[in-house]
Design a protein around this ligand. Sequence first.
Ligand code: NCD
Ligand code: ZN
Length: 341
Amino acid sequence: MQFDIIQPDDWHLHVRSGEALKSVIVMSAKQMGRAIIMPNTDPPVINAVSAKAYREEILGALPNNSRFEPLMVLYLTNNTTPEVITQAHNVGVIAAKLYPVGVTTNSDSGVTNINNIYPALETMQQLGVVLSVHGEIMRPEVDIFDREAVFIDEVLTQIANNFPELKIVFEHISTKNAVDFVSISNDNIAATITPQHLLNNRNDMLSGGIKPHTYCLPVLKRVKHQSALIKAAVSGNPKFFLGTDSAPHAKTDKESSCGCAGVFSAPHAIELYAQAFDQAGAIDKLEGFASKFGADFYNLPYNKKIITLKKQDWSVPKIYPFSSGEIVPFMAGKTLNWKMF
Ligand code: NCD
Ligand code: ZN
């Protein structure tokens, strides 16, 4: 069996910079038409100048014949003023990302109090710049498995109420709480869902030995939440769309006494989603989720290119070269049932 879909886009992707960027960008460019490039590089992308420079670095790392389009995002800090937003918008930045301080990889310059960026949010609402949110509360007393739910109650509800016209993407949702919040919100609020949150739950990460290559943030939750995410993804509701959150870290940084958060899924992202949709008996719902709903939300046209997905078993490579070392992809060594052509 095989079928064609419009080429997908990745609405949440980390590609790093320098040698690491060169190792991974081609993989996304083979699969995706466009990708929202996350700004948590070191140093982060905090203004128009750095967004432009980062875009050029990405384009420079692509093969000459590539038509892959990186879509740039600003990293919100306590010092992001309305002027910074306007300048970024003028150079084509389409979204700005809220990382609560300390919440994940390279988020030390993140926002300490949401009130600090209210003027910036006001400008984003006016200009139509999308707010992209890492939705977790970072307070030591909040259990890591509850951080998303508490964020909804303490922060996201407040932003949504105060900025009803602001377009918000609740990134890499991991709980039923998030599915419910997005489902009942107005049409300006959407969410991305990763392949690992569809295919795995916390047992896959922690039962029978710890699997560092499934560790990401937000951390995988119990099966009840995984089921709610699958249901949302295959529902055909355009508020839920593809965002891999592919987040490359070297093998040695993951297999460590203090391992980094991030799952690397770029080389076979669409195959992973096809697996999840097929397992849910809803392969016919893949194209909307992967290739249409995100573009609709960001007011962009669909890709012209068509890809073919074929039902065919193949093994995910155990390892890829990465910068000066190696990287282990999600589901390394496992058999997937769909292959992209
Ligand atoms: C991401 C990374 O490594 O940049 N890690 C992750 O676990 N998802 C950052 C992020 O999106 O939280
Ligand atoms: Zn991410």
